[in-house]
Structure formats: structure tokens, C-alpha cells
Design a binder for this molecule. Sequence first.
Ligand code: APR
Length: 246
Amino acid sequence: MAVVEFAPQLIEALRAAERVLIFTGAGVSAESGLPTFRDPQQGLWAKFRPEDLATPEAFARDPETVWRWYQWRRRMHADVAPNPGHHAIAALEARLPQATLVTQNVDRLHELAGSAAPIHLHGHLFRNRCADCGIAMPEVAPEIDTPPLCTSCGGLCRPDIVWFGEGLPAEPWEAAARAAQEAEIVLSIGTSATVHPAAELPRMAHRTGALVVQVNPQPTRLDPIAHNLRGPSAKILPALVAAVWP
Ligand code: APR
């Protein structure tokens, strides 16, 4: 296997860094077998676009279809495990004096890899809440094909996920924005950096002088402001950890 090489300045910067923001997207879970958002959907759901299902309007119009899509995604997630990229991120967190992990992913692969407290900007796939009163609702077995009713108000159960057109939860967003403003280095991993406001984080950090390091096999809009490590995160990240802390 080809050896991955890193610029000596990058290795030195990571060794010296006090505060690092690790910002992840769907690409970090791709090698665990989860398709990213810009990949075509598979099987039964191939004719739908996530942008047409993951909205409050879609749920209001046809709650069962939206619910069944999430139940299908939950079943797909049940069999996946963290990949070497997730494990390398947990290793980075353990070695850096102050690392903040912020993810756009709703899966729980960072937690399963040992990351203690990732900040989930876009919610949690396996959690639910009432679409009307907002109260937290219990997990639902993945074969239940209709959304249960809220025991407090009779509203419909929905996944605790930030849909297109909805605002980000305040507390996670404020913690993420603070980490971006304080970071000396941002690692932007496996994200197309197109969905705002999350995609602002690396740009905010760059404006306050941080080094932005991007891990992605494809170019993104962050390319012009980033030190680009072109390749899959499950390969690049373990190599980076080994190069910085041999
Ligand atoms: N390693 C690293 N990056 C990868 C890999 C890999 N093995 N495979 C794909 N990628 C990259 C792609 O090149 C792409 O740039 O991951 C990125 C995935 O981009 P998106 O599918 O747009 O996912 P993300 O950036 O997380 O989307 C943001 O959009 O749909 C909403 O709320 C949803 O959180 C999601 C948000």
C-alpha cells in the first residue's frame, strides 16, 4: 500500500496545537457503508431525493412516507460499524490538549468509536420527539411503519433531526461556533461544506487565523482556503495520527 506523506509544517502544527476543531460530514461514514447525501439513493427510495423527504413540509403532507424513509435508514444503520477514520478521530481527541468534535452526521458512529461527546449539529437519527409539542419520545423499533402518537398531546412522532428549512438547535450551534472562533486548526473531514450554517464553521475559523485542513477525495468549495489532503478519511486519518505521534 502506498505511504501517505504529509507536509512537515502540518505535522509540526498539529503537535503544537492547543485547540483543534474536528468538523465531520457524511464522507467520514462512507467507508462504513453509509451513502453520503450527494450519492444517489438506493433501492426502494431511489426515486426520492433527501431534500424532498427531510423537510417539515414533506412530513406535514405525508408523514408515513417520511417516517418509513427514516425507519429504512435506521435499519440500514443498525448493521454498520465505525471505520478507521472514526477511530483515528477518537485518537486525535485523546492526544490533543483541547479538541472539539462537531459533526453534521446523525449516525452514532463517532460515539461507537470512542468519541466522548460529539456535538451533533443536525440531530440524532435514533432519537424522536413530538412534531407538535416537541417533547422527547422513546426510540421506536425499526419495523414500525407508522409514526406513533405523543402520549402528552396526541401529535405525531418524528425523528429528532434538523430538517431542511429548520434552524439548528441553539446550544450545539453556539458551542460549535465558539470552538471555531478559538481553534488554531480545523480539520474538515468528509463534508461537501455546502449546507449552511454548519458549512460556515471552517470559514469562521479561517477568518480568525486558523489553519484549515481538509480531508476529502473530491474538491469542495473549501479548497481555496484549505490545506487539502485528497483521499478517503479511513486511509488519510490513521496515517496522519501515526505521522504526528509516531
Ligand atoms: N472520505 C472522506 N470524504 C468522503 C469520502 C471518504 N471516504 N467519500 C465521500 N467523501 C466526501 C464527498 O466527496 C463529499 O464532499 O464526503 C462529502 C459528503 O458530502 P455530502 O453528501 O454533501 O454530506 P455533508 O457535507 O455531510 O452534508 C451536509 O447536508 O443533507 C444535509 O443535513 C444533511 O448533514 C447533512 C448536510
